[in-house]
Ligand binder design. Structure first.
Ligand code: SF4
Ligand code: SF4
Length: 328
């Protein structure tokens, strides 16, 4: 291991990276094939994220033709969701901002050392799960997320591409498959979206439904009292326990009453269809309606939403109020 590699590993650890590994930039044919099979089976939305163009996501060299090696990193986040918050831990904790900072520092370090480098995360240009798996930092669990030893799936993944192959290894490696005799996540999924041996049917997954711009009446009920994301399968997984830290509930009333810009400043890191704040308010109003037993402030905020907003928001607010009052 060179001095640069040793210092780079140290830098990653100091910045809070819990797992990192490296590999050569080669086409990820396996991941592209898996994506095509899922599209053909109707398990995913073919217009969404890497499913839009699996071939492009498989060949990272198209984005960075000069790259020969990559380093896959995992940054962990605490699950601070409580019963009231109903926002997934990774979104509530702004974990992608931590990851963005780690990647920026890592890329800057490599560039200062004379290497060409660039990074990607949460991008449809690369299969981040495939890159992490090939780099050996973790396995894909039955819940279809990458999990790493100790932190489990409470990690966000990113990749750093370099013009030469580096040898980097941070964190432990799994010695056996933890999913072999386990099906906790399958049983914990409230909608039955995870099918054995480990396939996710996206149209039944709450995290996916909450990002859609149109909902059926069934969808409205399926998502329950969740506003964004769903942690049930991650919380059930024995890899990564202990799982929860309590935190202040999400400010649902503020999200209902805030102006568009203020709202987007607060939750703009979520995936929101067309960046339209309506969908955030829709999710909040629906979650309150499904939860029932509103506080006075929540009831007022919903009523205010009905009075002041445009027609579709008024409809959402009214729907939620009606559901609470008359169970409709
Ligand atoms: S809950 Fe069990 S089956 Fe599901 S991902 Fe975790 S270890 Fe694997
Ligand atoms: S995120 Fe929620 S709905 Fe989706 S698979 Fe996991 S437990 Fe099921």
């Amino acid at each position: 291991m060179s001095e640069l590699e040793r210092k780079f590993e140290r830098l990653l650890i100091d910045k809070g990276v819990v797992a990192a590994g490296s590999g050569a930039v080669v086409p990820l044919h396996f991941d592209a094939q898996q994506s095509r099979l899922r599209i053909a089976a109707g398990f995913v939305d073919p217009a969404h994220f890497t499913y839009r163009n699996p071939e492009r996501a498989a060949v990272v060299a198209r984005a960075f033709p000069w790259s020969h090696g990559y380093v896959s990193v995992a940054v962990s986040y605490a699950t601070t969701r409580d019963a009231e918050t109903q926002v997934a831990g990774y979104a509530y904790n702004r974990s992608y901002e931590d990851l963005r900072e780690v990647l920026a520092v890592a890329v800057a370090y490599l560039r200062e050392s004379g290497l060409r480098a660039a990074s990607l995360f949460d991008s449809n240009q690369a299969f981040d799960k495939g890159l992490a798996r090939r780099a050996g930092i973790g396995l894909v669990g039955r819940h279809t997320m990458v999990m790493v030893p100790k932190a489990g799936s409470r990690v966000v993944l990113g990749s750093i591409f370099t013009e030469r192959l580096l040898s980097v290894s941070v964190g432990r490696r799994f010695r056996s498959d933890p999913c072999r005799n386990c099906r906790r996540c399958v049983d914990a999924c409230p909608t039955g979206a995870i099918r054995l041996p480990g396939t996710l049917v996206a149209e039944h997954c709450i995290a996916s439904i909450l990002q859609q711009d149109s909902w059926s009446p069934v969808d409205r009920q399926l998502v329950g009292a969740r506003v964004y994301g769903c942690d049930s399968c991650i919380d059930s997984c024995p890899i990564g326990w202990p799982s929860r830290e309590e935190s202040a509930p999400a400010p649902l009333v503020r999200w209902l009453t805030a102006g568009d810009q203020e709202l987007l400043e607060e939750v703009g890191h979520w995936y929101i269809p067309r960046r339209d704040p309506f969908y955030v308010r829709r999710n909040v109003a629906n979650a309150l309606g499904n939860r029932g037993s509103l506080t006075r402030d929540e009831r007022r905020a919903l009523a205010l939403l009905c009075v002041r907003s445009q027609t579709r928001e008024r409809i959402e607010g009214l729907r939620s109020l009606l559901r609470v009052r008359w169970g409709r």
